[in-house]
Design a protein around this ligand. Structure first.
Ligand SMILES: [Zn+2]
Length: 365
């Protein structure tokens, strides 16, 4: 089961084909068309399974047991019609268009890497339809396949200059709800318990939970409450974004929110919410894979492959606790989720070879 390797030109044509199918999260039909193109390009390489879900299909291609898991997603953040204002553009050194970097270019790298492998190398390739909306549908299958894999390669975009992503923040969404006691601000001010005053104390207390050294940040992005200026407010609420880079920090925040202080004991204070994705933390196994990747990259390009810590999350956040994970090994460029999204073409071929070599090494165990 071998297919001819795919030329640099053919990789570009594949990226163009994929970008021209606009596939926003939630558009199962469009995502199915992306999957069809991939299936066509991969036909004959292994056992191909396409499973329908309400968000669009999963594509799985596998060969043998226990090799690397290559992970990608077919959805983008761009709504249908974006191509009209932001068309596919090939300027030679760079290509531009919605989803080029995140991650149609990554899917093309994956296809080309798999086609370059010797037919005895085991692997699994999983493409999901809902990464950009949190992977609620796909989390279980991602985690299951990660558990079975020797290591995981995520085809998300690399850093400018080529670096990979070895640590990603975990992101939490929380709501603070406060119930105080309403009363007339002039006649019976002492009978009231101000929910807004309590919220203000809470917001200052939250600032003290930050730990910049550990990478923990809290942002109260929305705060509101009360009804009229002459009423002691009975209700207030706030919405928070919390970022952590370690599981211990995630656990500390969750535990703290379960038993918050009350500055006015007559108020009821409640934090609800959760972390959408746990942090992706490097460990000794993932660091040893990162070192292999650095060695391969240096021999291919003469350049150093930097390992970066980033605030954004990906499906690598789910796999990192289950199997050594290297993320950001997809295309290199600029402007993911932005109007100037594009891919710097000179990195494509070395990325294909890097991933091919990593999969081959993972298959040798
Ligand atoms: Zn992505």
């Amino acid at each position: 089961m071998a297919l001819p390797p795919i030329s640099d030109d053919a990789i570009k044509k594949l990226v163009e084909r994929l970008v021209k199918i606009e596939s926003p999260s939630g558009d199962g039909e469009a995502i199915a068309r992306v999957v069809e193109v991939l299936a066509e390009e991969l036909d004959g390489l292994g056992i191909l399974t396409i499973t329908e879900t309400t968000e669009g299909p999963w594509l799985e291609l596998s060969r043998g047991q226990g090799g690397a898991l290559l992970l990608g997603h077919a959805d983008t953040v761009w709504p249908k019609g974006t191509l009209k204002e932001m068309p596919w553009r090939d300027e030679g050194d760079w290509v531009y268009g919605p989803g080029t970097l995140d991650m149609k270019g990554g899917l093309a790298i994956g296809v080309a890497a798999l086609r370059s492998l010797s037919p005895t190398v085991p692997f699994r390739f999983l493409v999901t339809p809902d990464e950009e909306i949190g992977s609620a549908k796909s989390r279980d299958i991602i985690e299951d396949r990660a558990r079975q894999a020797r290591m995981v390669i995520v085809l998300e975009a690399g850093m400018p200059g080529g670096g990979m992503k070895i640590s990603r923040a975990g992101v939490g969404d929380f709501t603070l709800a406060i119930r105080g006691i309403e009363s007339h601000a002039g006649l019976e001010p002492d009978k009231g318990a101000s929910a807004i005053r309590e919220m203000s104390h809470q917001v200052l207390w939250l600032a003290g939970l930050e730990n910049k050294v550990m990478g923990t940040t809290l942002n109260v992005g929305v705060a509101r409450g009360g009804t009229r200026s002459n009423v002691v407010p009975g209700r207030a609420e706030a919405f928070l974004d919390v970022r952590v880079t370690s599981r211990s920090e995630m656990d500390r925040i969750i535990a703290t929110f379960k038993a918050p202080p009350r500055f006015d004991v007559r108020c009821r204070v409640e934090y609800t919410g959760d972390f959408n994705r746990p942090p992706m933390e490097p460990n000794s196994e993932s660091q040893s894979w990162a070192q292999r990747a650095r060695n391969i990259w240096e021999s291919l390009t003469g350049e150093e492959l930097v390992g970066a810590r980033v605030g954004g999350a990906s499906d690598g956040n789910y796999t990192a606790g289950l199997s050594p994970t290297l993320d950001g090994l997809g295309p290199v460029g600029q402007g993911a989720h932005a109007r100037h999204e594009g891919v710097e073409w000179r990195f494509m071929e070395p990325r294909v070879r890097l991933i091919g070599e990593l999969i081959a090494q993972a298959g040798r165990y």
